[in-house]
Design a protein around this ligand. Structure first.
Ligand SMILES: [Zn+2]
Length: 370
C-alpha cells in the first residue's frame, strides 16, 4: 500500500526528494526510506544528483525509471493493424501499421508479425516486455473472450490464449472503442476529464464510456454499444440483428460509400480547403446523422467532453463545427452549453495506446503486490 502511494507520487511529480515524498504522502521518514530502497532494488526508480563534484551539493532526487520495461499495444482494425511499442509512461517508442491484403484470411499471423517486428526494436531493460494488449472491433466479455466481431476475419477467438503461450506475458483484449477511450483518458484529449465519451467513426461507430475517471464496461462488458442503437426503427438491417442502427448512417464508411463516392481523404481535403459547395452539402448530411446519435449520448451520460476519432474530422475544423451545429439544433439548451467536443488527440494510435496503458497499469500493480 505505502509502496504504491510512493511510486504513484514519484510518477506524478519526479524528480522528487525523499523528504518531499514524506511531506506530501504523510508517511514517516523510515517508512519512506525502506520502501524507496525496495523500489530502487526493483529498478522501478533511480537516483540523480549524487557525487556531483562541480560546486554545490545537489540533493539526491528520485526519478521514475520509465524505461524499466516496455509494452506492446495492438489495434486489430477492420482495414489495418496499428501497433505501438511504449515505455512505462505510455510514450510511443516505435509504431507500425500494416494494411490488410485481400489474400489475408487470418488475423492472428498478422498480429504476431506486428508484435515480432516491434520486439525486434525494443531497447534492453530490466523487465523487458511486460504485457501485450489487443483491441478488436467487437464484443469482449469480462472473461476476455471475443463474443462477436461483425467486420473482421474470423479467427480471433483464442487470441489471448495463443499470444500468452507464445510471448509468456499477460495479454489483455478489449473492445477498440473502450481501448480508445482509455487511451484518451490516460494520455490524450480526456486527460483532465472524469466524465467523457469516446466515439470512433470508422467502418462502424464505436463508443467507449469513462465514468468517474474509469472505463465503464457494464455487467457483461458490452456497455457503450451506441453504434447499434436504432435511429430509424424500420431502417435497413444491420449485421447485429437490429434495424436502422446509428452506424449505418454515421460511420465514415457510409460517408465514402453514400455521400462522397469517388472521393478519397486527399480529394476531400482539397474540396474542403476550396469550400466546394456540393461537397460541403453532402458532408453536412453525414454530420447531421453523427449529431443525431451524439445527442442521445449527451442525454444519457451528460459527459463533460465527447472525443471523436475520425480521419475526416482531422481534415478541417469545419467538420467538427458541422457536427456541433447538428447537436445544437436538437439538444436542450442547458446541455448544449455544458459539454465540449474534441477531436481525438492520439488519433490512429488511440486504441493501441489504450491497450498499452492497461498493460502498464497491471504491471505496476503486480510489482506492488510483491
Ligand atoms: Zn447494429
Amino acid at each position: 500500500m505505502n509502496k504504491t502511494v510512493l511510486l504513484n507520487e514519484i510518477i506524478r511529480s519526479y524528480p522528487i526528494s525523499r523528504a518531499k515524498l514524506s511531506e506530501v504522502t504523510g508517511l514517516n521518514k523510515s517508512t519512506v526510506s525502506a520502501q524507496i530502497g525496495a523500489l530502487l532494488n526493483e529498478e522501478l526508480i533511480f537516483e540523480i544528483g549524487q557525487g556531483d563534484s562541480s560546486g554545490g551539493r545537489r540533493p539526491v532526487m528520485l526519478v521514475f525509471n520509465q524505461q524499466a520495461g516496455f509494452t506492446i499495444g495492438v489495434d486489430l482494425g477492420v482495414k489495418a493493424i496499428n501497433a505501438v511499442l511504449t515505455d512505462l509512461k505510455g510514450n510511443v517508442v516505435e509504431s507500425l501499421t500494416t494494411e490488410w491484403a485481400e489474400a489475408d484470411q487470418e488475423a492472428e499471423p498478422k498480429v504476431r508479425a506486428a508484435i515480432d517486428a516491434l520486439l525486434g526494436k525494443m531497447p534492453s531493460s530490466p523487465y523487458g516486455l511486460i504485457g501485450i494488449g489487443v483491441s478488436v472491433p467487437g464484443l469482449i466479455n469480462r472473461e476476455q473472450q471475443v463474443i462477436f466481431v461483425p467486420n473482421l476475419r474470423p479467427d480471433v477467438t483464442s487470441l489471448k490464449h495463443d499470444l500468452e503461450n507464445r510471448y509468456d506475458v499477460p495479454v489483455n483484449l478489449e473492445n477498440e472503442a473502450n481501448a480508445g477511450a482509455y487511451g484518451e483518458r490516460r494520455f490524450g484529449a480526456g486527460k483532465d476529464h472524469e466524465e467523457m465519451v469516446f466515439v470512433s467513426l470508422g467502418t462502424g461507430v464505436g463508443t467507449g464510456i469513462i465514468l468517474h475517471g474509469e472505463l465503464y464496461r457494464g455487467e457483461d462488458g458490452f456497455a457503450g454499444e451506441f453504434g447499434h442503437m436504432s435511429i430509424e426503427y424500420n431502417g435497413p438491417k444491420c449485421t447485429c440483428g437490429n434495424r436502422g442502427c446509428w452506424e449505418l448512417y454515421a460511420s465514415e464508411k457510409v460517408l465514402w460509400d453514400k455521400y462522397l463516392p469517388g472521393h478519397t481523404v486527399e480529394t476531400l481535403q482539397r474540396s474542403l480547403q476550396a469550400n466546394e459547395a456540393s461537397v460541403l452539402n453532402e458532408l453536412q448530411k453525414w454530420c447531421f446523422y453523427v449529431g443525431v446519435g451524439l445527442n442521445t449520448v449527451l442525454n444519457v451520460y451528460n459527459p463533460k467532453v465527447i472525443i471523436i476519432q475520425s480521419r475526416v474530422i482531422e481534415l478541417h475544423p469545419m467538420v467538427l463545427n458541422m457536427i456541433r451545429t447538428a447537436i445544437s439544433s436538437r439538444v436542450y439548451a442547458q446541455a448544449d452549453h455544458s459539454f465540449e467536443l474534441f477531436p481525438s488527440k492520439l488519433s490512429d494510435h488511440a486504441s493501441a495506446i489504450g491497450m498499452a496503458s492497461l498493460a502498464i497499469e497491471q504491471f505496476l500493480q503486480r510489482r506492488m503486490m510483491q
